[in-house]
Structure formats: C-alpha cells, structure tokens
Design a binder for this molecule. Structure first.
Ligand code: PLP
Length: 415
C-alpha cells in the first residue's frame, strides 16, 4: 500500500514578526480563536459577539458612526468596501506617497474608470476623473498639499493613507480633514497601519467620511478575521443614492449582519454571508485587549519603544527616514549601502521577520507591532547587529549599549 497523502502535515515555524505587519498576534486572541466552540453564524452567542464587537469598535475608533463594523478579510477587504462609494466617472483626488497609498490609487482608478477606460487597460486603468498627487517616497502628505489640490479640483472624494507603511510616513490627517470640509469633498482614509497604534478619535476629523483598517496590525488580531471600517451617515446616504456594484463589500448590506439595519442598531444581525465563530471570538478578544490597555497607553508605549529602536540603529550608523511610531525605515551605513535586500533576506532566513520597502528606493523596515517591552526591543537590536556583522559591517556595540541604556534608564528614573 502506498500512502496517497502527497504531503506531510504543514509545519510553520514561530518567527519574530518585526516588520510593518502582520504583527505578533496576542496569545489571548489565539486562545479565543482556538477555544471557540463549533457554532454556525446565526447562533445567538455569535450574533451577540458581533454586536458587542461593533460597540467596542466604536470605542476603539472613537466614533458615534452607526455604520462601524468589521469586514471579513484583511486591510484590502476593508479598503475595497470603503472605496465602494466611488462610482465610474466620480472625481477623486488621491494623495500617494508610497506603496499602499499607491495601491489605494489603483483601487480608486478601477472603481472610477468608465467602461471604456477599464476595458482599455483593465489592470491599470487610467481614469480621467482621478487626479493623483504624487508625494516623493520618504515625505509626508501635508495639509498644504491637500489644501492646494482640493482648492483647484473640488472633487467629490479625496483619499489618503493616514500612515503610509511603505515609506513609514505619518500624513497630516488634521490638514486633510480641514481641506475636505472647506472644499466639500468627502474624505476617505486608509487607517490600516494607524488604528490601535496612534492615539486618535476618528470623530475629531469631520472632513473624513469613510475609514478602513485591518485586523493584524495595531489591533493585534489575526489576518483574515475582521478589517474595521466606519462610515458617516453622509457617506451612507451618498452610497444609497448611487448604489454600488458589489454584494459582498456593500457597506449597507454587510452592516446588517452586525446588527445595523436602516441606519439603526438592532438587537440581532440578519444574514449577509457566513461568519466564523472563531474569527468573531478572536476579534472580540482583540478589541477587549485594546480597551483594557487603552488606546492612549498603547500609543505612548509605541512612541517610547520606537525611539529606543531608532536610537540603537542610529548608533549602528543607519539613517532613519520614517516618522511612524510602530515602524523604523532606514538606509544601511555607507559600507553596506545597496545591500538592503540581501540583509533582509539574511534576517528572514533566520525567522527574524524584518522587511524591505516594496517600492524604490530599497530600504529596510523594522516594526514593533505588539513588541512593546524592553526585552523585545533589545532582542531585535541584537539580531540586527549580528546581521550587519554577518554581512561584513562593523557595529560599535558600546555606542548601541549606551543608546539603549540611556533610553531605558531615563525611563526608569522618570517612573
Ligand atoms: C498593510 C497595509 C495595507 C494592506 O493591508 P492587508 O491587510 O495586507 O490587506 C493597506 N494600507 C496600508 C497603509 C497598510 O499598511
């Protein structure tokens, strides 16, 4: 008898997720995922869990928007739903300063393209109604840039990444919101890498009418669980008037399963598509953790530990070009310049999961999602120093130790 199973069981090793995301899923979240009982998507406790998630998500996002819930999938699932409001021929101004806002731009061009424009180049349509403002890699989108573009174009929609994870840049959300309000544009924001990391309330930005995030970065849940989204009533009214050509990612239809019907909270959701009891349990626990730790405390912890990592890699001779609290984007010291990809691959081969930038110029990205303690930061610094030496670089260990000691000792003294 030959064994007809072609492969052994799949083993995936434990790694240190020290990149831009996915982050390190909290052990409590994994336990809830594995601990959920077998139950269908209309079981009363699953439906109750979804309603509780919706309520906790409003607190995490800082909003009273009724249309606040999770979209099954990852960040792009939530973004696809958020951009569902954009219809063919709609005028949109897109602010692009890296990989992810670039893909947001592609999504918007696909949705805003006319039938002819889409057929002419279906994978990269050039929609005449979409104006793309390119901001160079390594720079932030400023309020002045947004104001100048919206004053000229007066679009229906304007879209930006809150934090551009490709280049590690924080964009000016306050300026974006103000310019949208002033010029009557509805702002749409990709908050995939900022939610759960930065201390902000979306209701403080009234020019923004749609928000989308992801499960597996700042929220510390699992990929393919739920991507948080939130929409103002104006967005929903606009969408209702035009309609949109998706069933699955339809904001109004999907909200029904989370207990939002005709703009109101109801006790129990109604069927939209099958939801997973495991995913609901995991997402529920992730949101409980966010609220328990508080968004403000998490944000303070990210800022604190990012500056320790920044000081340590700077002491190694690297040049940091990012300003995001969960991610350091850097150029290697002069003698290793140009070997960024090789260094990243060397680290990844040892399950030290750092990342390169995905668009030019190639830089190294080191993230600290859910790695908010001195031990974890010291481990990353140590591994990174070893990798630099493995490639033939030199590391001044004393300078690195001093940088870390100063940072963490100063913190202890302050406590
Ligand atoms: C990670 C990321 C995405 C993509 O999210 P997925 O979860 O991979 O689908 C989109 N936008 C930004 C800003 C991101 O950081």
């Amino acid at each position: 008898m030959t064994n007809i199973i072609p492969f052994p069981q799949l083993e995936i090793p434990e790694t240190i997720a020290a990149g831009p995301g996915p982050g390190n899923t909290d052990a409590r979240v994994l336990a809830r995922y594995a601990g959920a009982g077998l139950a269908d998507h209309m079981h009363s406790d699953v439906l109750r869990g979804m309603v509780e998630c919706k309520e906790m998500l409003r607190a995490v996002m800082g909003t009273e928007n009724t249309y606040t819930f999770g979209v099954a999938g990852t960040g792009w699932s939530g973004l696809d739903m958020m951009f569902a409001g954009v219809m063919p021929g709609d005028k949109v101004v897109m602010f692009v300063n890296g990989t992810f806002s670039g893909i947001d731009g592609l999504t918007v061009r696909m949705k805003a393209a006319t039938e002819e424009e889409l057929a002419a180049n279906s994978l990269d349509p050039q929609a005449a109604s979409v104006i793309t403002i390119e901001v160079p890699h390594g720079q932030s989108v400023t309020g002045e840039i947004v104001e100048a573009a919206l004053a000229v174009h007066k679009p229906k929609w304007a879209a930006m990444a809150h934090w551009e994870t490709g280049s590690g840049r924080v964009n000016d959300i306050e300026g974006f919101s103000a310019a949208c309000e002033k010029h009557g544009a509805m702002g749409l924001v990709d908050a995939v890498s900022s939610l759960g990391v930065g201390d902000f309330r979306i209701d403080d930005y009234p020019g923004v009418h749609g928000w989308a995030s992801c499960p597996q970065k700042g929220i510390c849940c699992l990929p393919l669980t739920y991507a948080p989204v939130s929409f103002t009533d104006r967005y929903i009214e606009t969408l209702k008037a035009t309609g949109t050509r998706t069933f699955c990612h339809h904001p109004i239809l999907e909200a029904r399963h989370w207990g939002v019907i005709d703009g109101k909270d109801v006790e129990k959701g109604t069927y939209h598509r099958t939801h997973s009891a495991y995913a609901v349990s995991a997402f529920h626990e992730a949101l409980r953790i966010c609220l328990q730790q508080t968004i403000a405390q998490r944000a303070a912890d990210y800022t604190f530990h990012e500056s320790a990592l920044r000081a340590a890699v700077t002491a190694m001779g690297c040049e940091v070009t990012s300003n995001m609290p969960s991610l350091v984007v850097l150029n290697l010291p002069g003698d290793l310049a140009g070997r960024e990809m090789e260094l990243v691959q060397h680290c990844r081969a040892q399950n030290f999961g750092i990342w390169p930038t995905l668009s030019e110029p190639v830089q190294v990205r080191i993230g600290i999602l859910n790695l908010l303690n001195e031990g974890a930061i010291r481990d990353i610094v140590q591994r990174f120093a070893v990798a630099l030496r493995d490639l033939g670089g030199t590391v001044d260990s004393a300078a690195v130790d001093t940088a870390l000691a100063q940072h963490y000792r100063r913190a202890m003294a302050a406590e």
